[in-house]
Design a protein around this ligand. Structure first.
Ligand code: 8YV
Length: 328
């Protein structure tokens, strides 16, 4: 154990992961099941050499200016829109994320939401649990077909491709949109279409695009109006990709059939309209949440910290331009 290196873990994670870090470093870990407020995070990081944080923690100029010893910020998330990379680089701080290890679990969850929303699983279960099932009827909870339909993917990256691969089992046609078309070898048979076409042609549209200002509200009233009335929208990307108020209105007015959502604009607060609707399946940002995947994510984040504090290049470094100027 190196008593001069302090590692802060901003969220409660599995104890064995903390113990592994404690064998090498002095570890300060948040033991509460809620996130630290920004002031508490700054206080905890003031004399830290490394931080393991969740995607909800904001790392910006103001925070970095208060953390003179900090050498690495390891996000336990693949998305890193919570980290100001340019500010990290200016301060000589390495920033890392956790790509790949969550691809399959996250793709599975996208399908869980898609199938649940299309086949009205949440709605019919609520109805059954509240004692409404007195007799079977032919028209009970007619849902949307999934097999043989068209799946749209906005953001055909590693997770998008894992989602698209699963569509083969449902004999679906897959269309996608990215800023740039993928090389054919990476398309896996999916067809590249313009953004407008993606909204117009998808029977089921999954959003997996990484968040940035450029995609803020890329799904708003206008885009929802282009979608089929029978369409299902799934968002496992980030809150802010969808205009939640516009989506509530579209679901309420039946302008699209249903939605499955894991992320929200102001999470953990929800647009109150969602809670009043039957045609939306809501999960609390858990797409990567299997025990094995969360372990793999925190292990990769820990490996990033170990490499950074040993003066090596972390396996998933986000700002390699910092290397000439990194803090020692
Ligand atoms: C994280 C996620 O669990 O990896 C991401 O980008 O959204 C989730 O897998 C979440 O951000 C908490 O860190």
């Amino acid at each position: 154990m190196n008593p001069s290196l302090r590692v802060v873990v901003s969220r409660r994670i599995f104890p064995d992961l903390i113990e592994a870090l404690q064998r090498q470093f002095v570890v300060v870990a948040n033991q509460d099941d809620h996130a630290w407020a920004p002031g508490e995070l700054a206080a905890a990081l003031r004399d830290a050499d490394a931080a393991l944080i969740a995607g909800g923690e904001r790392v910006d100029e103001a925070l970095l200016a208060q953390c003179p010893r900090l050498k690495v910020v390891a996000n336990i998330a693949v998305g890193y829109n919570n980290i100001d990379l340019a500010a990290c680089t200016r301060h000589g701080v390495l920033a890392t994320n956790t790509p790949d290890v969550l691809n399959e679990a996250t793709a599975d969850h996208a399908w869980a939401l898609l199938l649940a929303a299309a086949r009205r699983v949440g709605e019919s279960e609520r109805w059954l649990r509240s004692g409404h099932w007195k007799r079977w009827t032919f028209e009970m909870f007619n849902g949307a077909d999934v097999s043989g339909t068209t799946l749209g993917v906005l953001g055909m990256g590693r997770i998008g491709r894992a989602i698209a691969r699963r569509a083969a089992g449902f004999s679906m046609r897959v269309i996608y949109h990215n800023r740039q078309r993928l090389p054919a070898a990476q398309e896996g048979g999916a067809q590249y279409v313009a953004l407008d076409e993606l909204f117009a042609q998808s029977d089921h549209l999954v959003l997996v695009v990484p968040y940035s200002q450029a995609v803020h509200h890329i799904v708003g009233a206008e885009q929802l109006a282009r979608m089929k009335r029978s369409a299902v929208l799934v968002n496992i990307a980030r809150g802010g990709v969808v205009d939640d108020a516009a989506l509530v209105a579209a679901l309420r007015e039946g302008r699209i059939a249903a939605a499955g959502l894991d992320v929200y604009e102001n999470e953990p607060a929800l647009h109150p309209g969602f809670l009043e609707l039957e045609n939306v399946v809501l999960t609390p940002h858990i797409a990567s949440s299997t025990r094995a995947t969360r372990t793999a994510m925190a292990t990769l984040a820990s490996d990033n910290v170990r490499a950074a504090l040993a003066g090596q290049v972390p396996p998933s470094l986000l700002n390699p331009e910092v290397l000439g100027n990194r803090r020692r």
